[in-house]
Ligand binder design. Structure first.
Ligand code: FEO
Length: 396
């Protein structure tokens, strides 16, 4: 099956759509599949391939190149060493013996380590360096941590095209070449940002500033559709990486025998009546991608958990570990939950959030079923959150 699509004269989408993939890194849910976009750029003198595809889809890329009757590739621009984009490199270099890989020096070391690419097939480029294809110029801009430290993007000024690999990407399997439904792409792109780039928010702010002077007509990422209205995704990223947070509480919880669930139910009502938005996730079967999205701009996270063997429930541990690893810009945190005879879950969860610059608010822990004093304590916690949110100007 060929998936070649012409973008415009000299530009073709030659990547693969993975409709069936449901997990990335055996961890990240992909409810809508994904795509591994690769692009062929034909200049008047030379031809470049922008990234390759996941190893499992190598045959699709080769078929697409065959359909276009590509006899020679001069450069394979490798923006990122991760295998979903560079995994087909060894096969492409075998098929096109004159092709040279173009990448950052950090990426060179990584593709030698990860894919055994011969060093003499690699040309490294500095930040800002250019390479001519004849009537098109590739300008390479180093953009570390989108998603690994070796990443870069390529700008072609003659056509105002920007190739960005993971940066601005979305895990979305679609035959649409361009964004057609901004709502769907917004959520998929935010999920992707949350899961792989959020920990590097401050560096991504700098990368966005580096791209600011470019006159961009089209952004071509390596997952999901292309952006023919670049400001849509650039503005979304500016919002996500900003220091602004929302008047919202994200509440991941798990309950075994209803005590914690009753507390969550009361607490959510208390927050809503105080004018605070809530996003509640039952960790028994939550999509952790949706939880990650919610963490992007919430002001507060409150974890709900019963006690298991003196500590938090393992699913609450997972949520705390995830929040700590993703480093959202959250400002306040607390714990609510229950225990039967003894608990150290609050201390243990607090110890797991060491990456976050948060103020910890008074936790509420009930012995067994919550009683009136526990519900009053939940009301006080809701009052405190409302006061903190007012203090930082989130509402009047
Ligand atoms: Fe799509 Fe970091 O690879």
């Amino acid at each position: 099956m060929s998936t070649v699509r012409k973008i415009q004269s000299g530009y073709y989408a030659v990547g693969a759509i993975d409709w069936d993939r449901r997990l990335f890194d055996e961890l990240i849910p992909l409810p809508d599949g994904t795509s591994y976009n690769a692009y062929l750029v034909q200049g008047s003198e030379k031809t470049a391939l922008m990234d390759t595809v996941d190893p499992a889809m190598t045959h699709v890329l080769l078929q697409n190149l065959e359909q276009l009757q590509v006899k020679k590739i001069d450069y394979v621009v490798t923006h990122h060493a991760e295998q979903d984009h560079s995994g087909a490199l060894p096969r492409i270099l075998e098929e096109y013996p004159e092709a040279i890989v173009v990448c950052t020096s950090k990426c060179r070391d990584m593709i030698i380590d990860l894919l055994a690419i011969p060093e003499d097939r690699i040309r490294t480029v500095d930040d800002g360096e250019t390479l001519s294809l004849g009537d098109k110029t590739m300008q390479f801009i180093h953009t570390p941590w989108v998603h690994w430290p070796e990443t870069m993007v390529t700008y072609i000024p003659e056509d105002r095209m920007l190739f960005t690999c993971d940066f601005f990407g979305s895990h979305l399997a679609t035959s649409d070449l361009y964004v057609t439904d901004e709502g769907i792409v917004y959520e998929a792109a935010k999920r992707y940002y949350a899961e792989i780039m959020m920990p590097f928010r401050k560096i991504i702010q700098k990368n966005l500033a580096k791209l600011q002077p470019l006159d961009i007509r089209l952004i071509a990422p390596s997952h999901g559709p292309m952006y023919d209205k670049p400001e849509f995704i650039v503005n979304a990223y500016k919002d996500w990486v900003s220091d602004a947070v929302k008047n919202e509480v994200v509440l991941p919880y798990v309950s075994m025998h209803e005590s914690t669930r009753k507390m969550v139910e009361h607490f959510v009502g208390a927050l809503i009546t105080r004018g605070i938005g809530v996003k509640q996730f039952n960790l028994a079967d939550a999509d952790i991608g949706k939880l990650a999205i919610a963490l992007v701009d919430t002001a507060t996270i409150v974890l709900g958990t019963p006690t298991v063997q003196v500590g938090p429930h393992p699913k609450a541990v997972y949520a705390a570990y995830l929040a700590n690893a993703l480093r959202p810009k959250v400002r306040f945190a607390s714990v609510i939950g229950s225990y039967g005879w003894s608990t150290k879950m609050v201390e243990q969860i607090a110890g797991m959030l060491s990456n976050l610059q948060i103020q910890v608010l008074e936790p509420v822990v009930a012995k067994g079923l919550p009683k009136s004093e526990d519900f009053q304590a939940l009301d006080r916690l809701a009052d405190q959150i409302a006061a903190k949110h007012r203090e930082i100007g989130l509402f009047m």
